[in-house]
Design a protein around this ligand. Structure first.
Ligand SMILES: Cc1ncc(COP(=O)(O)O)c(C=O)c1O
Length: 475
């Protein structure tokens, strides 16, 4: 097999993809059946192999039918970052090098690049330089890892060794979250054996921010080991829990504060936004993503912990055949995974390429584009912007009607100029716009906003919808 020809072919395919990506519909017009046909679903497993170049050509041909332009400038769905060209290429090299980055002994380069990227990351996010850092698959796993460290620490303080003795007979742990907690925090609690039934939910305000006075009240009713999960960046509104008073209340109680900052933690890089995360530096653990706002390719999450000994104790294991280092970083000690991809390379490439000013510009540009979108849309009488646009998220409702809002979302998705999804906010259907891509320009927002306005007009003229909208408005 000629790997050089294969790599050359891959470069050509990648260039072809980029060349067509932004002029094609953001979401492909394809049926599942067409994709099954293209990938040969239900065709028998081939007895004999095929030429590698042909496999790659056919794979790309089939995949391209069903790819979503998530790396493109007009993808506003969920909170999905793009991929800076430098990180895409660093990711290719990560595959070419194919390092198992678990141990220093398996890859000195993968270990030390994490060390470099971790130190920059902590500095950039304004977190304690001595915090430990783990490179995981996403913020969901980062939440899991941070909460595993929390579980270790609070139970240790109560004289219980959870890694050794498990949870049977352990002192109960108070678990406190905001009412707008991200679902992955709850998944983490499930996976940690803490369950979700006993979780105390602290009420949130109209923007989804935990009410600090309510938290203080809840904490007053708690005795023993306690973990509080706060949020920096609500997935719908982009709002932030008030971290400074939350940190005060948690500190007073001697509890553990975990901050889920999948994208919001990056506000720390901007002088105009950093007030939103004031107090975050006093937390005990922080979870965030590389694949959202840092625009590194999937997958990449980051967990940082102010108590390296708890972090390490919750994650590390040992075995006779493992060559663990006394002096150097063994990356697997900070993550749930044992064998793992060398995620440090892409994070390092992003931080080195952008520098502090580049990360700041990228974050501020996304927020400015979100405000531009909100300003453009709110001129239309049918539009209501439901959130204060404090970050990169915009929540939009049309004609004060669930039916109209859903119809507009569907029409925008069909139009293909951009892609955005729906949600339910305070029992109302809403459209979510999340600007998380390094390459989104003012022009992209103009084109996308124009597509949304067209969809409003087309929905308004659909006779089948008129009655439903009228009923919604009367409710
Ligand atoms: C606040 C918050 N936490 C956690 C997550 C989960 O992140 P991931 O999908 O990277 O695991 C998300 C995803 O959007 C999020 O917004």
């Amino acid at each position: 097999m000629n790997s050089s020809k294969l790599l050359q072919q891959t470069v050509e395919l990648a260039n072809r993809y980029y060349a067509h990506r932004d002029s094609s519909p953001v979401f492909p017009h394809v049926t599942p059946e067409q994709l099954r046909q293209a990938f040969g679903v239900l065709t028998p497993m081939p007895e004999h192999g095929q030429d590698a170049q042909q496999v790659i050509a056919e794979l790309a041909g089939a995949a391209e039918l069903g790819l979503v332009a998530q790396t493109g400038p007009r993808y506003f769905g969920f909170v999905i970052g793009g991929s800076l060209p430098v990180t895409t290429v660093a990711d290719w090299l990560t595959s070419v090098w194919d390092q198992n980055s678990g141990l220093y002994a398996t890859s000195p380069a993968a270990s030390v690049v994490e060390e470099a990227a971790a130190a920059w990351l902590l500095e950039l996010l304004g977190l304690p330089a001595k915090a430990s850092v783990g490179f995981v698959t996403g913020c969901g796993m980062a939440n899991f890892t941070g909460l595993a460290a929390a579980r270790h620490h609070v139970l240790r303080q109560a004289g219980w060794d959870v890694e050794l003795d498990g949870l049977n007979g352990a002192p109960p742990v108070n678990l406190i979250v905001g009412d707008e907690v991200h679902v992955t925090v709850l998944t983490a609690l499930r996976m940690l054996g803490l369950g979700t039934r006993s979780v105390k939910r602290v009420p949130a305000d109209g923007q989804g921010r935990m009410i600090a006075a309510e938290l203080a009240q809840t904490l007053r009713g708690c005795a023993g080991p306690t973990i509080v999960c706060a949020q920096a960046g609500n997935v719908n509104t982009g709002s932030f829990d008030p971290l400074a008073p939350i940190a005060d209340a948690v500190r007073e109680k001697g509890a553990w504060l975990h901050v889920d900052g999948a994208f919001g933690l990056w506000a720390a890089v901007s002088p105009e936004l950093k007030h939103l995360v004031a107090g975050a530096e006093r937390a005990d653990s922080w979870a965030t993503d590389g694949h959202k706002w840092l625009n590194v390719p999937y997958d990449c999450g980051l967990i940082m912990c102010a108590h390296p000994e708890a972090h390490r104790a919750a994650m590390t294991v040992t075995a006779a055949y493992l060559v663990q280092s006394d002096k150097e970083r063994d990356p697997f000690e900070w993550t749930p995974e044992f064998s793992r991809r060398a995620r440090g390379f892409t994070v390092y490439a992003a931080l080195k390429h952008l520098g502090r000013s580049g990360v700041r510009d990228m974050v501020e540009n996304c927020c400015a584009r979100a405000r531009q979108m909100a300003d453009f849309l709110r001129r239309h009488p049918a539009v209501e912007i439901l959130n204060d646009v404090v970050l990169n998220q915009v929540l939009v409702r049309f004609h004060k009607s669930d039916a109209a809002t859903r119809a507009v979302i569907e029409r925008v998705q069909q139009d293909g100029t951009c892609w955005l999804g729906g949600t339910t906010w305070h029992n109302m259907a809403a459209m979510r716009v999340s600007v998380s891509n390094w390459s989104t320009t003012e022009k992209d927002i103009e084109l996308s906003a124009a597509a949304i306005l067209r969809a409003i007009d087309s929905a308004a003229s659909a006779p089948s919808l008129a009655l439903e909208v009228e009923q919604d408005q009367r409710r």
